[in-house]
Design a protein around this ligand. Structure first.
Ligand code: E4P
Length: 218
């Protein structure tokens, strides 16, 4: 499973990159607004930090022509730009037009298997079902994801599934068990994925015993 970090904070992106587990970045207007920088400056910084990995940047326009114009501008910002397009009728049309121009897309705000099926049929590069937000309204986000994986497998749909709106480590585990292509994960949750109390306890004991036995390697 590829790991994307769901953030626009450059420090967080750099850390995950240093850990050697970063496969891409997803942003949205909310995440970009949290950087406190002008959006373009923040976006360019990210694109340059990981020039060989996909970075999703979202359009603001909601009409077909407007989305195309914005997507073309965003695509000029770097070879690694992926255009995030909201799942609407206009958005689905835009995905097809952008595909014809060789521009990669990530269909966002997907909450149902049927929306994901349409995004796949439209030829989106990626589709982003939002897990946490489905859980928030007392429906099963993981169940929705499971059905999407099933449909995509049955029809051999090439669009890559990005599990989005991930809230905790168990979401990540469920995504991995379902075999989703990618999980886009908030930085804090990636940090938590490293942690296990038994690792800390075990390491402490090994170090104490090394001291007792005068083990020095260098
Ligand atoms: C996906 O690409 C979105 O940026 C993100 O996962 C949304 O997550 P949220 O529901 O925590 O805002």
């Amino acid at each position: 499973m590829k790991i994307f970090v769901d953030t626009a904070q450059i420090e967080e992106i750099r850390k995950v990159k240093e850990w050697g587990i970063l496969d891409g970045v997803t942003t949205n207007p909310t995440l970009l607004s949290k950087t406190g920088k002008p959006w373009k400056e923040a976006a360019l910084e990210i694109l340059k930090e990981i020039p060989d990995k996909p970075v999703s940047l979202e359009v603001i326009a909601t009409d077909f022509e407007g989305m195309l114009k914005e997507a073309r501008e965003l695509a000029k910002m770097g070879d690694n730009v992926v255009i995030k397009i909201p799942f609407t009728n206009e958005g689905v049309k835009a995905v097809q037009a952008l595909k014809a121009e060789g521009i990669k897309t990530n269909v966002t705000l997907v909450f149902s298997p049927l929306q994901a099926l349409i995004a796949g049929k439209a030829g989106a590069t990626y589709v982003s079902p939002f897990i946490g937000r489905v859980d928030d309204i007392a429906h099963g986000g993981i169940e929705v994801l499971e059905e999407i994986v099933q449909i995509y497998t049955i029809y051999d749909i090439e669009t890559e599934i990005i599990a989005a709106s991930i809230r905790h480590v168990d979401h990540v585990k469920q995504c991995a068990l379902l075999g989703v292509d990618i999980a886009t994960i908030p930085f804090k949750v990636i940090e938590q994925m490293f942690k296990h109390p038994l690792t800390d306890i075990g390491l402490k004991k090994f170090l104490e015993d090394a001291k007792k036995a005068n083990i020095t390697i260098l």
